[in-house]
Design a protein around this ligand. Structure first.
Ligand code: 3LM
Length: 395
């Protein structure tokens, strides 16, 4: 049996054979909305499923398929599916798994729009979302009910960087008939592979590290073939949040450098986290690579790379955060993360502002919390920018 190639080789060669007809090193983009049939019989057979082949890009496209095969391979899953955004992937997977009256158990922190989606599913469709402290095994056991269909986890959580023990939670879920869905956006498949730890589905906002360059909005999901096929034919096809072939091509290009980018993100983030930790205006820093990180042992066991996102608390509350964010120059004041440029933002008033205050505070998203996605610039320049911005914070 041929030995499985290493991660970086699979990133670069995955699905990317030179084109046989033209010799083109990079496969062409199938930038088409539809596919021509040879005759009516063939069209009918494609629709009935008697014949395999493309019909219409919302139902499948060679460029999307190439991306879906690569992400499934990197995550160690049977099959993959692409969506027009991370939120389309999350809603597509969740709506394919739950029915009215089902319970979705979430970790105690999710991206603001995921929180919004769960509220919408509750109000309109009678799904019951619930949040639990993912570091408390007894609490997880107690929070799972007979109608719990899904355990939804971000790990690390955006933006608090808290992590979930995927092996332990997947084991608990298996015994209770719930499916574990992991949003792996922050870690990427280079940093952590939830399927290998027992999860059922992995989701990405591919807008972030997978694309890596801040020029595309996209989502991905992987899981067992049968279930991914079901999602393809139901929530992707009929709700219709399909990715454009050009954006899939951008992701395929971004993926080739995922490993080298993540290594540099990690090194830069570690240096920034250490700098922040030693700064008198910073009261607390959360980065899994730090020895002070509360879940250090779990992070080391579960993750191969801690990525580039750091969150930290500053003195002076909301005003302290404002003084830093209004002063940075090299770091761009913007939402999103995981790209070559360093991005900094204020979760309480931006990415997580849709979460009602008491819930937001319970999740640890306080007014003095800043999130930084450390980019690939020279780290001394990033630190110098933060240093001068932090000087603005009054005691
Ligand atoms: C952000 N996050 O700045 P898209 N899952 C996770 C995410 O962080 C995100 C999504 C899913 C941010 C976006 S806020 C207006 C900007 C863990 C997005 C959703 O649909 O591709 O944006 O992914 O934290």
């Amino acid at each position: 049996m041929e030995e499985r190639k290493k991660f970086s080789t699979r990133l670069i060669h995955g699905g990317s054979e030179p084109c046989r007809e033209t010799g083109s090193l990079i496969p062409p983009i199938y930038q088409t909305s539809t596919f021509v049939f040879e005759n009516m019989e063939q069209g009918a057979c494609r629709f009935s499923g008697e014949e395999e082949g493309y019909i219409y890009t919302r139902l499948g496209n060679p460029t999307l398929q190439q991306l879906e095969e690569v992400i499934a391979d990197l995550e160690g899953a049977e099959a993959g599916l692409s969506f027009s955004s991370g939120m389309a992937a999350i809603s597509g997977v969740l709506m394919g798994l739950v029915r009215s009256g089902d319970h979705i158990l979430c970790g105690d922190g999710v991206y603001g729009c995921t929180y919004g989606l769960l509220g919408y599913l509750q109000d309109r469709f009678g799904v019951i979302p619930d949040y639990v402290d993912i570091s408390d095994e007894d609490a997880i056991h107690q929070a799972i009910h007979p109608n719990t269909r899904v355990i939804f986890l971000e790990t690390p959580i955006n933006p608090t960087m808290k992590i979930a023990d995927l092996h332990q939670i997947s084991k608990i879920a298996k015994g209770k008939g719930a499916q574990v869905v992991v949003d792996n956006t922050f870690a990427t498949p280079y940093g952590q592979r939830p399927i290998e730890l027992g999860a059922d589905f992995v989701i990405h906002s591919a807008t972030k590290y997978i694309g890596g360059h801040g020029d595309v909005i996209a989502g991905l999901a992987v899981g067992r073939k049968e279930e991914i096929d079901f999602l393809r034919k139901s929530t992707l096809k009929d709700i219709g949040g399909v990715l454009s072939p050009f954006d899939a091509w951008l992701l395929l290009r971004g993926l080739k450098t995922l490993e080298v980018r993540m290594d540099r993100h990690r090194m830069n983030a570690m240096a920034v986290a250490e700098f922040l930790e030693g700064h008198p205006r910073v009261t607390r820093v959360f980065y899994p690579g730090l020895s002070s990180y509360p879940q250090r042992a779990l992070a080391a066991r579960q993750m191969d790379c801690f990525g580039g996102v750091i969150s930290f608390h500053v003195t002076g509350g909301l005003e302290g955060a404002r003084q830093v964010l209004d002063q940075v120059k090299l770091c761009h004041l913007t939402v999103s993360l995981g790209e070559v440029t360093t991005l900094i933002q204020h979760p309480a008033t931006m990415t997580h502002s849709a979460i009602p205050e008491p819930e937001r505070l319970r999740m640890g998203v306080t007014d003095d919390l800043i999130r930084i996605s450390v980019g690939l610039e020279d780290v001394t320049d990033i630190i110098a920018d933060l240093q001068s911005a932090l000087e603005e914070v009054e005691g």
